[in-house]
Ligand binder design. Structure first.
Ligand code: SF4
Length: 392
């Protein structure tokens, strides 16, 4: 890993004595503000304005400080700063869609997505501290939409009435952008539901806006809830440069509240598509006590696929080679396709055949769960639907 990253200077982030809301209000939200930090050509400026009109620009200053302004290929820049490629909807990698995971089909109204019987997901907010350029919910984050929960008490009633639901994911957007009082009222509704084994709060705050975790009231709330039901935070580190001293402190504060943190990275071209970067990422996560959990294949999302997706043929070899360098805990992550039909683990390849195992299946298709699939690898195929069916 980039050993210097853990020692990132905290002085430029001036978090002492300042609320996270005040820090958030200093985010870079316009091309003109961005230009004060990163050199832009007149062409860049015009392109960025066009792209930001369809998916807003929003970068915390902490995260901007991780970018090397002299390196146009900087991986952190690619994750945070728009590029003209976001306007490509149908290019070399194939077609794109706004909703590759099929969320909309499982929308029960009032912010509830219920795709697998045992898990309910509540879209708690459409806002995030940063609008990641590779976001798979790009169709809704940062934009007004009707999929966000309107009344959490009603959402909790739905969950209480469905005893097959074993866990809830509070998601978004980023729920940790809600005030602690709002989060408290949500967690209180879930605390007493007997069939819930645990609760997850999906958040990228530890990575892009760790100062959110420096609020004592939030940590106290999480610790208090955790005494009744285990609390997990699925987070999303993609590159070893993101594993800074401040991110480690944020993670340690969550550990202090008894929260388990699992990482869900995405394999992204120009960001982490090398053996060394993937190995450094997983090793770096273990060094700060975060569990490598998933590595997602980038979905065919509109305005994401063409600049970020790695063909499966290349990706499967890359992941296998990286795994050879990892110890047992580092290689515990699953390489995953989050598909409309359910979640599929990419197990590996035999010659030109890709082997997958289906982990979860849609309602009514439970017999598909745990089945094995075989597909023929092609040079450019980046998604299950691109690969022809094959036998062993
Ligand atoms: S924090 Fe998550 S939901 Fe928000 S823009 Fe980034 S990837 Fe999307």
């Amino acid at each position: 890993m980039n050993s210097g990253a853990l020692e990132t200077d905290t002085s430029s982030n001036d978090r002492e004595g300042q609320s996270w809301q005040a820090e958030l209000s200093r985010n870079i939200v316009s091309v003109a503000e961005l230009e004060e930090y990163l050199p832009l050509t007149p062409e860049d400026r015009r392109d960025l304005e066009r792209v930001a009109a369809s998916h807003p620009l929003n970068i915390p200053r902490y995260y901007l400080d991780l970018i090397d302004p002299d390196d146009p290929g900087d991986p952190i820049r690619k994750l945070a700063v728009p590029t003209i490629d976001e306007l490509i909807l149908d290019g070399e990698m194939g077609e794109t869609t706004g909703d590759p995971y099929g969320d909309d089909k499982h929308d029960k109204g009032n912010g509830i997505l219920h795709k697998y019987p045992y898990t309910a997901l509540v879209v708690a907010t459409e806002y995030c501290s940063m609008y990641c350029r590779h976001c798979f919910r790009k169709r809704m984050v940062g934009l007004p939409n009707d999929q966000t929960v309107k009344n959490f008490r009603e959402a909790a009633k739905y969950i209480a009435a469905h005893s097959e639901i074993k866990n809830v994911v509070i998601s978004g957007g980023d729920p940790l952008l809600l005030t602690t009082d709002v989060l408290k009222s949500m967690l209180e509704e879930l605390r007493g539901i007997p069939h819930l084994n645990y609760v997850r709060i999906g958040s990228r705050a530890p990575v892009v806006f760790p100062m959110r975790l420096f609020e004592d009231e939030l940590i106290d709330l999480l610790a208090d809830f955790n005494r009744d039901k285990p609390l997990y935070i699925p987070t999303h580190f993609n590159h070893p440069k993101e594993i800074t001293g401040i991110a480690r402190e944020a993670v340690q504060r969550l550990h202090g509240a008894g929260v388990t943190i699992n990482n869900q990275a995405v394999l992204l071209r120009g960001v982490n598509d090398s053996v060394e970067t993937l190995t450094d990422l997983m090793d770096g996560l273990l060094r700060i006590g975060v569990n490598p959990y998933y590595l997602y294949q980038c979905m065919p999302v509109s305005r994401v696929r063409h600049q970020f997706q790695v063909p499966l043929k290349e990706g499967v070899d890359l992941v296998d080679e990286a795994r050879r360098k990892m110890d047992g805990y580092a290689k515990r992550f699953k390489f995953i396709i989050g598909h409309d039909i359910g979640k599929l683990e990419i197990c590996g390849r035999i010659d030109d055949k890709l082997l997958l195992k289906q982990l979860h299946a849609r309602p009514g298709c439970q017999q598909e769960s745990s089945r094995m699939l075989v597909r023929k690898l092609t040079d450019k195929g980046g998604w299950l639907d691109d690969l022809p069916e094959a036998g062993l």
